[in-house]
Design a protein around this ligand. Structure first.
Ligand code: PMP
Length: 283
């Protein structure tokens, strides 16, 4: 079951007019929210980022946080899995094709939920491969915009060579992955690219830095050079659906000793424990 403009329906029945500005211009924003044991995880943070994205494209939020929460609860109940991931998408609505904003259009709201499958244990034990590419996206990567063509092309470059992700470099510095945030471990310190307009402020990124702070893991959020990335002891990938994964090969070279490292193992365990605490409602 999905939700489209006020109605719950099977996805096969969902229809969008061809003049929807999402279809014509990619004029919209989205969120992906993991759901564990039927509870949305870090919902307040996802809704806060949604507001930031909407503000970034000058579209007013069609719902209050309480209304979003109610809607998502209904959609979760209408779907079978205990663990799901919600895809929530808002466009500027249907209007005659013109780049400028329409005077009076009603935003299109589409929400779907799919079973959440976290990465297979094997990929956590051996680690995964990644490649690098020039970050050729726009300069508002902090907006979670539905216009993802550069990300699509960059991610496909990885898939073409059986890698899991493309790590992006802008002016010699690591920004993020095509659909994930990236952490570097050097000299035992966890390094995170700084949150700015060049990357999406990941919800999982924030959790990792909170866990580092709470558990006295040394970390720094600062610019990371290509040299530091290529000489890292460990590289970690984070996203709401992939959680934390170890990258053990970069551009066909081993990362560190080519095995998932101690920082990965520690953060992975802390993340799983944190999830359990939140799901029990003790956070
Ligand atoms: N950066 C990009 C470009 C992404 O698409 C994603 C995944 N949505 C992330 C980072 C990770 O963000 P989050 O931890 O909120 O899923």
């Amino acid at each position: 079951m999905i939700y489209l403009n006020g109605i719950f329906m099977p996805i096969e029945d969902a229809r969008i007019p061809v003049l929807d500005r999402g279809f014509i211009f990619g004029d919209g924003v989205y969120e992906v929210i993991p759901v564990y044991s039927r509870k949305p995880f870090r919902l307040a943070e996802h809704l806060h980022r949604l507001q930031h994205s909407l503000d970034g494209i000058r579209l007013s939020n069609p719902h209050s946080d309480a209304e979003w929460s109610h809607l998502l609860g209904q959609l979760i109940a209408a779907n079978a899995s205990e663990d799901q991931y919600i895809y929530l998408h808002i466009t500027r609505g249907v209007a005659k094709r013109d780049h400028a904003f329409p005077k009076n259009s009603t935003p299109t709201i589409f929400i779907m939920s799919n079973p959440l499958l976290t990465p297979p244990m094997e990929s956590l034990i051996t680690g995964v491969s990644a490649i690098t590419a020039n970050d050729n996206r726009w300069l508002r990567c902090d907006i979670k915009a539905i216009s993802l063509l550069p990300n699509v092309l960059l991610r496909q470059m990885a898939v073409d060579v059986d890698a899991i992700e493309t790590l992006l470099l802008r002016d010699g510095f690591l920004t993020e992955g095509a659909a994930s945030n990236i952490f570097v471990v050097g000299s035992g310190v966890l390094l995170a690219p700084p949150k700015n307009h060049l990357m999406l402020p990941g919800i999982t990124y924030d959790i990792v830095l909170e866990l580092a702070e709470t558990h006295h893991i040394p970390y720094e959020a600062r610019e990371i050079s290509e040299h530091e990335m290529r000489n890292a002891q460990e590289l970690l990938l984070t996203s709401s659906t992939k959680e934390i994964m170890p990258i053990t090969r970069l551009d066909n070279q081993p990362v560190g000793d080519g095995k998932p490292g101690i920082m990965f193992m520690q953060l992975y365990q802390l993340y799983q424990n944190y999830k359990i605490t939140v799901m029990r409602g003790n956070s």
